[in-house]
Structures are given as C-alpha cells and as structure tokens.
Design a protein around this ligand. Structure first.
Ligand SMILES: [Zn+2]
Length: 315
C-alpha cells in the first residue's frame, strides 16, 4: 500500500491525510492496546491510529466515510457480523475506500469473559464469516479482532491466538457510546487522552453514533492543528485492491443490536442531522426515528459497549 500524503488529497490541500502505513503481523502483535495490555502499536511521537467499532450502520457510517474521504484519512474498522450482513454495500464501500476491516464478533455479546469456549468459537467464527461474505472476498478481512466491550479473558485471548487473530484493545477511548454525549465532549476527551498518553495512540470510536459522526470533522481538524499525523495499521500479506460493488439493497437487521446512543446536540449542517432530528423537523413526531426504534429495545442497558462500569472509562 502506498502512503497517502496530505499533499495528494484531491480537492483538499489542507487535508490531514494519512502519513504512513504500518504492517501488523498477529504473531508480532498478538495483543495490543495500553488500556488493557503492556504493548501497543509502535507509534512515534504525535502519531495516531483511528479505529471504528460496531458498524456498519447508515446513515452514520456513511457520514463518517465521507468525512474520512474528505481528509484522506485511512482507518481500521471492527465490524459486527450481523451488521455486515444487513449492510453489505457499506462493508464494500468501507473496503474500497481504502480502510482496513477487522471483526468484532457476530452479535456483539458483552459476555465474552464468561462464555464457554464453543460459544466463543461460534461468535468469532460467524462474525468473520459474515463480514467476509458481505465483503465479497475473504481476503479483504484482516486477522484483527476486537472483543466486544473489551471483555477479555485468558480463555478468549488464547482462542484468538490459536486462530492467529490479533487482539486489538485500545490506547484511548472518547466515551462516544455514552448516552447524551455531545460531539464537543468526544473531541475534548479524545484529544486530552491522546495528549495524556504520550501524544500518541490508537483511539477507539464508534461509527454507529450520530455524535461521533458530528465530532469527527472537528476531531480531525484539531489533530492536524496540534501537529498529529494519522497512521494506518494494515495486515501483513496479500490484500485485494478492491472488492466488487454490490447493487442490490440489503434488508436491515431488526434485532436488538446496536443500541445507538442519541445526542441532544443538533447540527446546523442539514446533512449531519440525526435521523431523529430530520424526522422531527419533517413530521414533528418525536418517537418516529430509527435511532429511537433501535434503542428502545435496549433502553435499560447502561451502556452498549461497556455495561460493566470500569472506573477508568469514566475519567
Ligand atoms: Zn463494540
């Protein structure tokens, strides 16, 4: 892969860009992310790797892809199998936009640390199979896995190692799955935590939340203003340049995942208004949005990503 330099970003001479790619072999980096492990990606001063979990989910995934494209920023996605099956066109768009696709289980259970091995095998294996099928080429899926909710256990880690899958935790999170979080809070937390962890790091975000989609343009601008560079971590070995586009529309999965965190913030940009805001504007119907319909089923869940209340998530 050729590094995309900011100077070569079409139509945006001031783009943040992607300064370099870093090849990641699972055998050399079996478990990474300073929130849970001793090691992480060997980033230099002011280098940041961006990762997006839990998608794909329109319209937020689309909007985030638009933002990344406008800045020529390449990232790593951790897709949920059932979401990939519901939105295969988006999976292919992610890949064909130059991003790396890892996996994040089939159904995103937040119980990986308590599961018996057969269920771990099913969740991991089905998740990979679903994403591979959605991508249309199994070679498009990297051997990178993020455990839902970061609910690690020795058993999970040993199983993933036996499958030559690298476990990606994170160096920093921005709490973008918190109910009521605003775009401004996401930007502030992301920047302050990157600065606190030695001015570098692998940041975990979610491309299914409206607040994250709203925050991303500002976050990228802020990173550039502070002299940060984006690094993309890619798997070793052959990767196809692209996968075939699909034309057929997919039917959305009506299951309980994901619970999309709504934001009370509104945007002046009509394109980035949440589904809720758009519908409310259109019909003044406060319960008619897709976000609410998805979230209603899980409304009693504390948080989607971390129902376990780690104190260090609440810095
Ligand atoms: Zn997740």
């Amino acid at each position: 892969m050729t590094p995309t330099m900011a100077a070569s970003c079409p139509g945006n001479p001031h783009a943040l860009g992607t300064s370099r790619t870093m090849t990641v072999e699972p055998s050399a980096f079996p478990r990474i992310g300073l929130m849970q492990y001793r090691n992480s990606l060997p980033l230099k001063d002011h280098e940041v790797v961006l990762t997006f979990d839990d998608g794909p989910l329109p319209p937020y995934t689309n909007r985030i892809l638009d933002t990344l494209a406008s800045e020529c920023v390449k990232v790593t996605y951790f897709l949920v199998g059932r979401m990939a099956s519901a939105y295969p066109d988006l999976v292919r768009r992610i890949y064909n936009s130059g991003h790396v696709i890892g996996t994040h289980s089939q159904n995103h259970p937040l119980t990986f640390d308590q599961m018996a091995l057969p269920r771990i095998e099913r969740e991991v294996g089905a998740g990979i199979a679903s994403v591979q099928a959605a991508a249309g080429d199994p070679r498009a899926v990297a051997p990178f896995f993020r455990i839902p909710g970061l609910m690690r256990s020795k058993q999970v880690e040993n199983y993933l190692a036996s499958q030559s899958l690298a476990v990606w935790s994170a160096d920093e999170v921005a709490d973008d799955w918190y109910r009521g979080v605003t775009a401004q809070q996401i930007v502030r937390k992301a920047i302050s935590r990157i600065e606190a962890k030695g001015h570098r790091g692998m940041l975990l975000l979610h491309d299914i939340h409206p607040a994250t989609a709203m925050a991303l343009p500002t976050l990228l601008r802020e990173l550039k203003a502070r002299g940060y560079k984006i690094v993309q971590a890619v798997p070793a070995g052959y990767r196809p340049n692209s996968v075939p586009e699909r034309a057929s529309p997919a039917v959305a999965d009506a299951g309980g995942w994901p619970r999309v965190v709504k934001t009370s913030a509104s945007s002046t940009d009509p394109a980035i208004r949440t589904a809720h805001q758009r519908k409310r504007l259109a019909r003044n119907d406060r319960d008619g949005d897709i976000t609410a319909s998805i979230s209603r089923k899980k409304s009693k869940t504390k948080t989607a990503e971390t129902g376990f209340g780690w104190n260090w998530f609440r810095r």
